[in-house]
Design a protein around this ligand. Sequence first.
Ligand code: AMP
Length: 466
Amino acid sequence: MCGVLGILGNYPLTMARGLLLLLAHRGQDASGLLWVVGNEATSSKSIGNPDRIFVPEIASSQILGSTRYPTTGKRVASEEDLDTFVGPFNVGDLSLTHNGNITNMHSISNLKFDCDTEFIAVKLTQNLTENNGNLPSAFSALQSEVDGAFSLVGVYRGKLFAYRDSHGFKPLVFGRSKQKTIVASESTVLDMAGVPLERDVYPGELLIFGDGGTMESYSISQSLTHSHCFFEYVYFAHPAATLENQLVYDVRFRLGRVLAQTFLKMNLERPDYVVPVPDTSRPAAQAMAETLSVPMREIILKNRYLGRTFIVRSQEERDAMARSKYLYLDDKIRGKIILVVDDSIVRGTTAKMIVADLKKRGAAKVYFAVTCPPQTHPCYYGIDISTDTELIASTTEIEAIAEYIEADALIYQEEHTLSNAIGLKDLCLACLNGEYPTEHARRIREELQEQGASSIERDYERDFSK
Ligand code: AMP
């Protein structure tokens, strides 16, 4: 998961940086801006959130931005890493950045790439050279070779372009006003810039924007089924974003409403409070509280200056970071039955810690409700859950997970209620049911299974061509 931004039309760089901040939740490892003046592309990148990017007080008419969440390569730790891993990248006349994961990067190229955005930039440049600078032909060649998820935005010879892979895994929307065109991972960026949302880029569609709001649309590749990542709605996207005509807030609210029905069927003792794990699960907790007629209380508070802590590599570090993430309103807990709502359980670290913290503070009972069904399979398309070993639900039954996290009950969303709540038929649910929509990802899965896949290596970084 990453955030991408593209602007065509004179715009101050400091304001572009402000827009990029609206995508900070999509990647807090590092961020970058690139702008073109004359024919020259300049970039500025920083570890952490976009507010740390230094930009001069000028405007540019072609700007790209990127927030990075590392799902290939390593976490950024130095200036050198910024150059190697963080978009936007520039190669000759072409600059681009992307969100998603290419699954077959190592098997289709003899060159070694540290990062898949760089791989796409180099591949696309080759394709452009072979096709006399024709973007649609270059993208046709790219899409026919590359397997995986990629929503990308770039500039080429004064034009802004946007492309979404034929499955449409990752979001990408655009809008135009008289003065400017904006492409972004989420519609909130357009709202902030005062540009009306026009629509999502269609899966397999290439859009080329020129001055004065001109737009050409090319259907590069058509897949019969689209595979929008359901986890965007559950966790990644901002609740104020509209993706595929669905307001993410509304989806999360509906997820809570159906989860409340599942809770009722379990005939558990009535809770005193519904309590969200901040921030993602707030709308779902609100809906559960309303449906169950139980008050919602925010007794778990987040240390908001701590970034997303998921991507630390050792369990010890993860435990320590998880502990510093939340504060509790102690006097609201003693003797109470508490229904906690979170968006997902991955390793179980957060759930186990929260249940223990509430019980330590005297909670009579703790029920744990999860708006996402059990994630039993790794994702190869850019959620950082790439190995079986880091998914507790891949090896453990629900009752045993409840025992592990020491909850008095564990209430999981079901796959069909999830799909209904999102309101789209064309979803990628591979991490729930193992049905990978692309061929190379299926091959990765099969080969890993043959090898007895329990490695903690990031699966998609292995070279399966050997
Ligand atoms: P865990 O503690 O390993 O069970 O992870 C679950 C917590 O991490 C939940 O509170 C989620 O909000 C959050 N989470 C789930 N998936 C991701 C992800 N891919 N990246 C970052 N955070 C995540």
